[in-house]
Design a protein around this ligand. Structure first.
Ligand code: TMP
Length: 206
């Protein structure tokens, strides 16, 4: 797909995705790369509206298929209106969450059928595929301890839910070792960051 690179960041809430993306964006830009950072859910005005629907705790428990479809709707628009054209323009895109979040949270967490979710992802994203997926791994306890402020609807789930999500990420990573890099994100920031840089270096060669 195009000339650019799509690098996605995955993990539990509080795993350090945003910080690592910011640091990596800066690191790449100082080396002359043309970088875009983005996130899901919530790209553009429509994405922001979908994000509000998804994370509004006032809705309480929402039908899990509805939830999966809303994430997919946001993703389809994000790919069509932003990711695909930026890749075609040769950009390096750093994306905070992508379809693995749906497989981990709605598939392993909620218990929706993985094959159906995969078919839905293919429908939503077409030929867009991540070149690399950085899974920043922290235990559930660490994730809980790092969540600040009022919890959104998803963050209010119990520990068992997040244990399933984490185990799901482990399975997804084991299934696609060429695409995934699993990085222990519990240690010092500089150490985690240097592992992230090492992981992306092979993509930059040439
Ligand atoms: P964020 O806090 O990383 O912006 O993500 C919002 C929440 O949405 C987070 O708890 C993970 C969840 N989520 C899913 O359940 N499925 C998805 O496909 C995505 C993109 C996020």
């Amino acid at each position: 797909m195009g000339k650019g690179l799509l690098i996605t960041f995955e993990g539990l809430d509080g795993c350090g995705k945003s910080l690592m993306m910011r640091k990596l964006g800066k690191w790449l830009r100082t080396r002359g790369c043309s970088v875009e950072t983005t996130c899901e859910p919530g790209w553009g005005e429509m994405g922001q509206s979908i994000r509000k629907l998804l994370l509004n705790s006032a809705f309480g428990s929402v039908d899990e298929r509805t939830e999966a479809l809303l994430y997919a709707a946001d993703r389809a628009n994000h790919c069509a209106a932003f990711i695909r054209p930026q890749l075609e323009a040769g950009k390096i895109i750093l994306c905070d969450r992508f379809f693995d979040s749906t497989l981990a949270y709605q598939g392993f967490g909620r218990g929706l059928d993985l094959d159906s979710l995969l078919a839905l992802q293919n429908f939503a994203i077409g030929s867009v595929r991540p070149d690399l997926t950085i899974f920043l791994r922290v235990p559930v306890e660490v994730s809980f301890s790092r969540i600040r402020g009022k919890k959104d609807r998803l963050e209010q789930e119990d520990k068992e839910f997040f244990e399933r999500v984490l185990a799901g990420y482990d399975k997804l990573a084991a299934r696609e070792p060429n695409r995934f890099r699993v990085i222990d994100s519990g240690g010092p920031i500089d150490q985690v960051f240097s592992t992230v840089v090492k992981a992306i270096l092979p993509l930059l060669k040439g």
